[in-house]
Ligand binder design. Structure first.
Ligand code: COA
Length: 377
């Protein structure tokens, strides 16, 4: 019997990312996440994950052009968004619109490796357009068309907020997208690989991943972090608030991790970004509250912040609405999901684990009219 929650179970071989939870290291295809955060771009990381090597200048230009071309929404997608913007929550919108997108994908039901690579790039390109269009429509504003001159991260912010970000904001957001792009066998990636292992199409596997990311124990944590920061409101109230939450046996969102037993290397980068962006905006309050929470949680429970803790303050400083945080996570992680799905297809075996039956055995079937009313506990 394996550990509950499949802890320590190896569910797949991958060439995409690796973690050393004791040393607090993360690599994409062997490249340290700190080097990528410092020197790379999201577009380059997309190439790295999809092809398991860094691109040449020409290859990067080609991919960038493809991402630009694929940004536009189809008329079908735009029509659907008008309904979704008034009816659904952000992650439900994303799940539904990606599911619907499969109906109009130019590659149709072609599941060849070449078609799946094209579909992957198309999905990565279009997720920001959908999130931005949804937000513009629900706030009664016009949709902002993608700007072909802007890189992926800057264009995402421009479409969402209606103005081109300055260089520092654009770079900070690019780094956020790099940091969230892949993370070994996390719950959403596992969900994607399970669906891919049945040889269902790439859109279905991505929909499963979005569904898994939606939960507060996975991608939904970043949104909860901001709610907590807002509830605390003042750095001097941080310690008391953390103590009260722990007394009530509540989980402190943005802390703890199944794999990291030390600081999550992504949190190190995001802490610095949260500080820089907060100071730049002349409002270091969220960063100060965060630092006090971090110390209080470490003192009380010995837990380190994970990627979601400081990402929340960074997104907030960039002007991203709180309820879109998890969709922004998805806009980055889709690079990893699609790479994992394609890796699964390339060397597939149906993922079908066992369960340990713990229910009653050898029961006698009683006709419905003779059944006793169950006694309530
Ligand atoms: N706040 C308070 N206590 C926490 C905690 C948190 N965020 N995360 C873990 N713990 C405690 C548990 O209560 C448990 O304590 P106990 O042994 O005294 O009961 C212990 O640490 C182990 O927790 P467990 O649930 O077994 O860890 P896990 O590996 O199953 O969970 C997470 C990993 C990420 C789901 C968990 O740390 C969590 O819920 N974090 C908050 C949500 C979050 O930030 N998610 C984003 C992850 S990137």
């Amino acid at each position: 019997m394996s550990e509950k929650g499949l802890e320590d179970v190896i569910a797949a071989e991958t060439r995409l990312s690796d973690i050393d939870g004791r040393l607090g290291k993360l690599w994409y295809v062997g490249y340290d996440i700190h080097d990528l955060a410092e020197q790379s771009t999201f577009e380059e990381v997309v190439f790295l994950l999809q092809h398991q090597r860094l691109p040449t200048a020409e290859e990067l230009e080609e991919l960038t052009e493809q991402l630009v071309t694929d940004r536009d929404m189809t008329p079908f997608g735009a029509g659907l968004m008008a309904t979704l913007a008034v009816q659904t929550s952000p992650m439900s919108m994303l799940r539904t619109s990606i599911s619907a997108a499969s109906a109009y994908d130019p590659d149709g039901w072609d599941q060849s490796p070449e078609a799946n690579l094209r579909k992957a790039i198309r999905l990565i390109a279009r997720v920001p357009s959908r999130i931005a269009a949804y937000h513009r429509l629900r706030t009664d504003r016009d949709i902002v068309a993608p700007d072909p001159k802007l890189p992926h991260a800057a264009n995402f912010l421009a479409m969402l907020l209606g103005e081109e970000p300055d260089q520092e904001a654009a770079r900070a957001f690019d780094v956020c997208l790099i940091l969230h792009a892949d993370h070994t066998m996390n719950a959403s990636t596992f969900a994607a690989r399970v669906v891919a292992s049945t040889l269902a199409d790439i859109h279905s596997a991505v929909v499963a991943a979005i569904a898994a990311l939606k939960g507060p124990l996975h991608g939904g944590a970043n949104e909860q972090v901001i709610k907590m920061l807002e509830e605390i409101g003042d750095p001097d109230r941080a310690e008391g608030d953390v103590a009260r939450r722990l007394e009530r046996k509540e989980r402190i969102m943005g802390f703890g991790h199944r794999v990291y037993k030390t600081e999550d290397p992504r949190a190190t980068v995001l802490r610095r970004l949260a500080k820089d962006l907060g100071e730049r905006a002349g409002d270091a309050r969220w960063y100060e509250i965060s630092m006090r929470i971090e110390k209080a949680v470490m003192d009380a429970k010995g837990l380190y912040p994970n990627v979601d803790f400081y990402a929340a303050s960074v997104y907030r400083s960039l002007g991203i609405p709180t309820d879109l945080f998890t969709t922004v996570f998805a806009a980055s992680r889709i690079a990893g999901w699609t790479a994992h799905i394609r890796e699964q297809y390339a060397d597939n075996r149906l993922i079908r684990p066992e369960s340990d039956y713990i229910g009653p055995r050898d029961q006698v079937y009683v006709p419905i009219e003779e059944r006793a009313v169950p006694v309530q506990a």
